[in-house]
Design a protein around this ligand. Structure first.
Ligand code: FAD
Length: 491
């Protein structure tokens, strides 16, 4: 982080490792951040999620800024002015990291600034203040010695977490006289001056180190409002709906990378006279890990399909799109950290050493559970959707209907779910994690029943929904088709 230049003028810049920029080029110069909108309704969201799944396997850290840039689009659509000014730069297939005003750049990236010290989950506690420039004109003229060029607002306050602080603009939640509003805060004002966004500190994070996350201070920063006054949370939640699907997908990519590393190792490593990959208990562990990746991938791809269907105006898919990202975000991230530990263990001692990628993946694993709504908050959101949008649950049942009658364990789990959902709503809150987990697992099972070979679907239902379901990986019932499951790692 470089706060000042040699003359003591504020710079507020973060320098990244060259590999970070190379990866940003890899993603943005190929349109990964834009494809969902440029091919919206024609598989664009599915292409985006598939690309994220692959890119995360290269390095998860740079995916955060690309995800936020992608996810900013639905917010820009709330203001025709902001859309006209900012969407062409967002959609450009060109990563341009230069710290310049947006009008001088070939491509733009976006961040978001919501979390404050007193409020991450509870955004209603936001205290950053937004005031129309007209009201603060005298003050701003004194500070900048310049005539403001248009009718912006001034933002004053602190944001406790702001990732990708070198973004060209930040979608920000701030308090106005009419309630909480959504504001676009550019790094440079319309006059071409550096905006008053001061970096205070970079977080010393447990993982996710390629991606800078800053504490920032808005000191009368220029901003333009987006969306209806007082509807800032609702406006920004449209961004969060997109980032949540990505936060459900990233752990699947990381699990897949860990699986590949573990699988490679156990085929090469010999113990007790045979390759580890030939030993039945190790086969059960790796086969079970492979099963998890396949089920999670099926669920995020189905969620992405729902996003595309919703964009085409399909009401059933729109209803499904309300629920699936939350279910997948919660459950995939609860499965991720244990998965990393197990994959690490497949390598024995060297898995725990920094030279193997497992140590990095292990530290990275919890992050997607925390940001974009932590576990409990996601489960409470699932309850809220079930309460307010009964059509979302109906769409889930419909999505699972073709799998009914195909597997007795899935049928039993669905019947149990129906009983749970029939209970009085006020009693469900302490059970929200179980409900979310079970809905996610049943959807995964139903998708595998419909789209995977029967041995895969049967093994999944037995290990996740059956009586022998275990919190540990590698506990497969006798007769499980390990060889067939392992063969799918290569496919
Ligand atoms: C690496 C990283 C990068 C980040 N980048 C950004 C960013 O770019 N922009 C941004 O705005 N934010 C960012 N965040 C912040 C992140 O979104 C918040 O940390 C997150 O939303 C949780 O908020 P909090 O930290 O205030 O925790 P709290 O809101 O205090 O929550 C603490 C715990 O309480 C639980 N909880 C909350 N309410 C309830 C309830 N009613 N019932 C039961 N349990 C509850 C939560 O699930 C959580 O487990 C980032 C965070 C991290 C770790």
């Amino acid at each position: 982080m470089r706060l000042f230049d040699r003359h003591g003028r504020r710079l507020d810049e973060v320098s990244y490792h060259p590999a970070y920029h190379e990866l940003m080029h890899l993603a943005i110069d190929r349109g990964w951040h834009a494809v969902a909108w440029q091919e919206e309704g024609r598989g664009g969201h599915q292409a985006h999620v598939a690309a994220l799944y692959l890119l995360t396997q290269a390095e998860p850290g740079f995916c955060c800024p690309v995800t936020m840039t992608h996810a900013a689009m639905p917010v820009l659509r709330h203001s025709s002015r902001a859309q006209a000014r900012w969407a062409p730069g967002l959609l450009a297939w060109d990563y341009d990291p230069r710290p310049l005003p947006a009008t001088e750049k070939s491509g733009l990236t976006f961040g978001m600034a919501m979390t404050e010290k007193q409020g991450g989950s509870d955004l209603r506690a936001t205290s950053t203040r937004a005031d129309p420039l007209a009201a603060t004109r005298a003050e701003s003229l004194a500070a900048t010695h310049a005539e403001p060029s248009d009718d912006g607002w001034r933002l004053t306050g602190h944001k406790w977490f702001c990732s990708a602080p070198m973004s060209d603009a930040f979608l920000t939640l701030a308090r106005t006289d009419e309630g909480l509003g959504c504001f676009l805060v550019p790094r440079f004002t319309p006059d071409g001056e550096r905006n008053a966004i001061e970096l205070q500190r970079l977080k010393e994070k447990c993982g996710n180190r390629a991606n800078a996350s800053a504490e920032i201070e808005y000191r009368g920063a220029w901003a333009e409002p987006i969306g209806a006054p007082g509807r800032g949370i609702a406006t920004l939640l449209e961004m969060v709906q997109q980032t949540r699907l990505d936060a459900a997908t990233a752990p699947v990519g990381m699990m897949r990378q860990a699986l590949r590393v573990a699988w490679h190792h156990v085929r090469e490593r010999h113990a007790f006279g045979r390759a580890l990959a030939e030993q039945p208990l190790m086969q059960a562990v790796v086969a079970d890990l492979a099963l998890e990746v396949e089920a999670c991938l099926a669920l995020v791809m189905r969620a992405a399909r729902a996003f595309d269907g919703a964009a085409r105006g399909d009401e059933n898919e729109r209803a499904l799109a309300r629920l699936l990202p939350a279910l997948a975000k919660y459950w995939h991230n609860k499965r991720g950290p244990g998965f990393m530990a197990e994959a690490m263990e497949c390598l024995g001692g060297i898995g725990y050493v920094e030279e193997s990628p497992l140590a990095r993946l292990y530290r990275e694993a919890p992050v997607n559970s925390i940001w974009e709504g932590s576990g409990n908050v996601i489960c409470l959101d699932v309850l809220r959707v079930l309460r307010r949008h009964p059509e979302a649950l109906a769409a889930c049942w419909q999505a699972m209907a073709p799998a009914r009658g195909e597997n007795r364990r899935l049928d039993a789990a669905l019947a149990e779910l129906e009983r749970l959902l029939a209970e009085p709503a006020e009693g469900l809150e302490p059970r929200a994690r179980w409900l979310t987990q079970r809905l996610a697992q049943c959807l995964q099972a139903a998708l595998l029943v419909q789209h995977a070979p029967s041995e895969v679907a049967d093994a999944f239902c037995a290990t996740r929904l059956g009586d022998e379901a275990s919190p540990a990986y590698g506990v497969l019932p006798s007769g499980s088709p390990c060889t067939a499951l392992l063969a799918r790692i290569e496919s």
